[in-house]
Write a protein of this length. Structure first.
Length: 507
């Protein structure tokens, strides 16, 4: 009989989470490198180069790939012949591993879990509890599938119960454009079909645990109808022209995964869950011989892609910036920001609105400043701040009019598109919206020279910081004239891909 020791299980969970926070899976790197090699959109190619360079930097520095180190998801297949040497239940052991990983002083990971989600939304401080799924199976081993799922991608999950005669392909292609770019493409789409509502969602999540294999599948050809559908969806989604970070380009997804389960004759439940550019998952098996061991990717796993500053990038002094200077920028233009900027995201915005509603002064003067939507990782060693990539900007859209009216902000910085109403507000207030690359958090953090909390320290990573930056790379998302790269970019590349396809067919 296999005996699983408590310390071996806890250590394996903790080591797995530290490992996936720092290292991309090798298949992801291979597929992203191919996407970079074939990409013709300059903006998308630059974004992919940043993600690949960030990946290598994070591995060398042993720091998180992304500031959002995720909600922990664990799928356990426990052999019925296994005996546990512990006084705790399995979920408590998983949470002990999570706690150890996220509070590791050598590489602290960002705690994002909040308790009382309907009310106080208080950060638990150690990223517990995890989301745990248990299944008893035949055998004498414990198989663990561990993932850290970022909020930007998780928030774009979709579910529908279709009619049995409806097309899953059509539903997926109708849903993808509505997801925007907050899930940080290029990534992976996980689909779960069948079962019941909750089963379909679990299937979609579990499908993302498999290694990326789309290029192998394309080379050998499909061996089943499911594989044929995966290829069809992969090609059709990429033909939408959404591209890396939603900037427009040839690659929106690197793979499409699919798991199915028998379902009621009257139903066709379908779930879609995306994985972002921080593709964090790993599987291991415990057989009683000790904790799992994880081997970093070989040095040649990273392609010879070294992101460098765009030679045409405009250097901007945030401390002396004026609207007249901003008027010369255009959507899609590369900038390098230097000077001081402020940060704020969801919780801080809510507090600012509460202060405004109460007629109380704000804790910081925002007039003429830039505001970065970010929740950074805590620093280690000589870092000013840990990985500090952008969060999804649309979550702040509902605050835009009130905040801009009351503060005199000059610009906002985040990731992905803004909604139509926010775009109108940005144009009306004559501000601009800049984007940083989601999935390049460690690279971005190298531009942050100093950081200090200036308000709402009790909010932890959601506090308001002042960053002093030097040559922070961003792209103009919405210019002073209201043009959005997230509208013009995908539209252009969708037309380009369609024209290329027609030309190929004629030839």
């Amino acid at each position: 009989m296999t005996v699983i020791q408590e310390q071996d299980f806890v250590r394996s969970i903790a080591d797995a989470l530290q490992f996936i926070a720092v290292y991309h899976p090798a298949p992801y790197l291979t597929h992203l490198a191919r996407a970079h090699a074939r990409e013709r959109s300059p903006a998308a190619r630059d974004a992919i180069a940043q993600i690949l360079t960030n990946s290598r930097m994070a591995a060398l520095g042993k720091r998180p790939l992304c500031q959002d180190t995720g909600v922990v998801n664990v799928f356990l297949e426990i052999g019925m012949a296994v005996q546990w040497q512990t006084r705790h239940d399995v979920e408590a052991l998983v949470n002990a591993g999570v706690r150890a990983a996220y509070t590791d002083p050598h590489n602290p990971l960002r705690a994002s879990m909040v308790d009382a989600p309907l009310f106080s939304r208080t950060n638990t401080g150690d990223n517990t509890p995890a989301i745990v799924h248990l299944r008893l199976v035949a055998g004498d081993t414990v198989r663990c599938m561990v993932a850290a799922k970022g909020g930007g991608a998780e928030n774009k999950s979709r579910f529908a119960v279709l009619n049995p005669s409806d097309s899953v392909r059509d539903w997926v292609l109708s849903v993808i454009p509505s997801m925007g770019a907050g899930w940080c493409p290029p990534g992976i789409i996980g689909l779960g079909v069948g079962g019941s509502a909750e089963k379909a969602m679990l299937l979609a999540k579990e499908s993302l645990m498999a290694p990326i294999d789309m290029h192998e599948l394309l080379e050998r050809g499909p061996r089943s109808r499911s594989e044929a559908l995966r290829i069809e969806l992969y090609e059709a989604i990429n033909a939408l022209g959404i591209g890396a970070q939603g900037l427009g380009g040839l690659t929106t997804v690197l793979d499409v995964k699919l798991l199915s389960y028998p379902t009621h004759a009257a139903s066709l439940p379908v779930a879609l869950i995306p994985n972002c550019a921080a593709d964090r998952h790993i599987s291991f098996t415990l057989d009683g011989s000790g904790p799992a061991v994880f081997t970093p990717p070989a040095p040649d796993s990273w392609p010879a892609v070294n992101w460098s500053v765009n030679v045409d990038a405009v250097r901007v002094n945030l401390d002396t910036l004026t609207r007249e200077q901003m008027a010369g920028w255009h959507a899609g233009q590369s900038l390098l920001l230097s000077g001081k900027l402020l940060t704020a995201r969801d919780a801080a915005h809510r507090r600012l609105i509460e202060l405004l509603d109460a007629g109380q002064p704000l804790p910081v003067d925002f007039a003429g400043r830039a505001l970065y939507y970010v929740g950074p990782v805590d620093p280690v060693r000589d870092e000013a701040v840990g990985p500090a990539g952008p969060t999804t900007s649309t979550r702040m859209d509902k605050f835009m009019d009130r905040v801009l009216s009351a503060t005199g902000l000059l610009m906002t910085i985040g990731k992905a598109e803004r909604g139509p109403a926010a775009c109108e507000v940005i144009q009306r207030h004559r501000t601009t919206y800049l984007i940083a690359v989601g999935g390049a958090a460690y690279l971005v953090s190298q531009a942050i020279r100093r950081a200090r909390v200036v308000a709402f320290a009790d909010l932890g990573m959601e506090a308001i910081y002042e960053f002093e930056v030097e040559d922070m790379p961003v792209t103009v998302g919405i210019d002073l004239h209201g043009e959005s790269i997230h509208v013009t970019g995908p539209a252009h590349w969708q037309q380009t891909i369609r024209a290329d396809t027609i030309t190929t067919r004629i030839a």
